[in-house]
Design a protein around this ligand. Structure first.
Ligand code: PEP
Ligand code: MN
Length: 475
């Protein structure tokens, strides 16, 4: 993570020998040679449509000469922490915007997301009594898959908005053109975001003695704010106690934090350009982000996205809806993690509470039967998106909570570890999701509906969810 650990240090990732028992669904696709460009021989779902090949080549070549955004040693640190979480010793907290945007970039926005994640992590650590791994959907979360390739307005049809790394939201022909130079701009914004995150995570901001100062200004006035305040006072007491018995609370464990980044591995020319050979291990790492996940719409077994991911040594995730059968899941696991390395693969479940109760047990059973090591986490937001009468995409806090409850219930029944949560959220006081203790209603959505894509939990709603999860894990 972004502590002062050297990127070149040799950190042992816990590995296990590949299972000798032949798996029912094993595929042999993994013996094929891999390179950062081998994905080009496969079918690309949700492809960008760059009209000028030379322009694309120029942009990719420019990115290829840019410095890595993250370093292999950091990636291995994350992998080690995820490996421990796989065995029940850890909880993964992932969160951030649905889509980062050029127009929304500023230091305060990054800081606000960072500090609400810090607050949530503290609450979760207290509740679960296990390490919480903090990963921001940040510094690269730009590209979006869309259900419709085109959008029509008043008889005019243009390509859909695909995220600022591909095109722009404005409804004009030039804005909607897929522009490869947007990748270079996204890279530079990501570099700035990472620089801010590195400073905040290691430069004193994350010092646990400052936990009162992490309370967000607008949250302060809410029930969640005062609840956090009470909680922070309790943690303060524990810190005073530790100090009194001689624990050095000025050591890095108290003053710095590991903070990692992740985004959807969607735009393959960008990912390819930032994929580098690590000099310490001779292995490939995608240095655009510590962790990458493949989305629900691009996880085809014979597709380009799984092909690209299988060759990089970053920890990976894959989104799973109710459309995924147990057989398919095992094949995905065999492709993305053929050596069954703990911590390499996180299954991000997103199907809505009802479907989850019906489908997740079978998926877990298959994974247990095949002896696969994965980290199960819940994305309780993507299966709960709906459109209001006045045309806003929104999510109800109650549905999000219901899906989380179902996720924990099923893992309890199956004896597996509910290993984390993946949220679309922001530290800001937006009005995009409805309910919770917040007073956001269908009628007030218009007030501060700022998202570039899916609706996000605001800071108070995100914190409320963290308290609910912490309570569940404590009992
Ligand atoms: C997302 O995470 O924003 C997303 C598009 O998710 P999914 O692939 O699960 O639909
Ligand atoms: Mn989304």
């Amino acid at each position: 993570g972004m502590t002062n650990r050297q990127s070149g240090s040799t950190l042992n990732v816990v590995t296990e020998p590949p299972s000798t028992s032949s798996s029912t669904f094993s595929s042999d696709s993994n013996s094929e040679p891999w390179s950062p460009t081998s994905w080009r021989n496969k079918n690309v779902a949700q492809p960008p449509n760059y009209l000028d090949e030379d322009e694309l080549e120029a942009a990719v070549s420019k990115l290829g000469r840019c410095s890595p955004l993250v370093f292999a040693g950091e990636v291995r640190t994350l992998h080690e922490q995820l490996a421990r979480a796989c065995s029940g010793q850890g909880f993964l907290l992932m969160g951030g915007d649905c889509a980062e945007a050029f127009g929304e970039f500023n230091v305060d926005h990054v800081r606000d997301s960072f500090r609400v994640l810090l607050q949530m992590a503290l609450v979760l650590t207290f509740g679960s009594a296990m390490p919480v791994i903090k990963v921001g959907r940040m510094a690269g979360q730009f590209a979006k898959p869309r259900s419709e390739p085109d959008e029509e307005r008043d008889g005019v049809t243009l390509p859909s908005y695909r995220g600022d790394i591909i095109n722009s939201e404005e409804f004009t022909e030039e804005a909607r053109r897929h522009n490869p130079w947007n990748m270079v701009e996204a890279y530079h914004q990501s570099a700035q975001t990472l620089n801010i995150l590195r400073a905040f995570s290691t430069g004193g901001y994350a010092d646990i003695s400052r936990l009162h100062a992490w309370n967000l200004d607008f949250v302060e006035q809410t029930d969640e704010g005062s609840r956090y305040r009470t909680f922070a006072t309790k943690v303060d007491e524990s810190l005073r106690f530790m100090k009194a018995i001689g624990v050095d609370t000025s050591s890095p464990a108290f003053t710095k934090t590991d903070f990692f980044t992740a985004h959807e591995c969607l735009l393959l020319p960008y990912e390819q350009a930032l994929t580098r050979l690590d000099s310490t291990t001779g292995k490939w790492y995608d240095c655009s982000s510590h962790m990458l996940w493949v989305g629900e719409r691009t996880r085809q077994l014979d597709g380009a996205h799984l092909e690209f991911c299988r060759g990089i040594n970053n920890p990976l995730g894959v989104k799973i809806s109710d459309k995924c059968t147990p057989e398919e899941l095992i094949q995905i696991i065999d492709t993305m993690n053929p050596q069954n390395i703990p911590g390499r693969l996180t299954i991000i479940v997103r199907m809505g509470a009802e479907k989850l109760r019906k489908n997740l047990p079978g998926l877990i059973r298959a994974v247990q039967r095949e002896g696969k090591s994965v980290l199960w986490i819940s994305d309780p937001v993507h299966g709960n998106t709906r459109k209001t009468k006045n045309g806003y995409k929104t999510r109800d806090f109650d549905n999000i909570r219901a899906e989380l409850r179902a996720f924990f219930d099923v893992h309890d029944e199956m004896g597996s570890h509910p290993g984390g949560v993946h949220l679309e959220m922001t530290g800001e006081d937006v009005t995009e999701c409805i309910g919770g203790l917040s007073d956001v209603t269908e009628e007030s959505l218009a007030k501060r509906y700022n998202t570039y894509c899916d609706p996000r939990l605001n800071g108070a709603q995100a914190l409320e969810l963290a308290f609910l999860i912490a309570e569940r894990m404590r009992s």
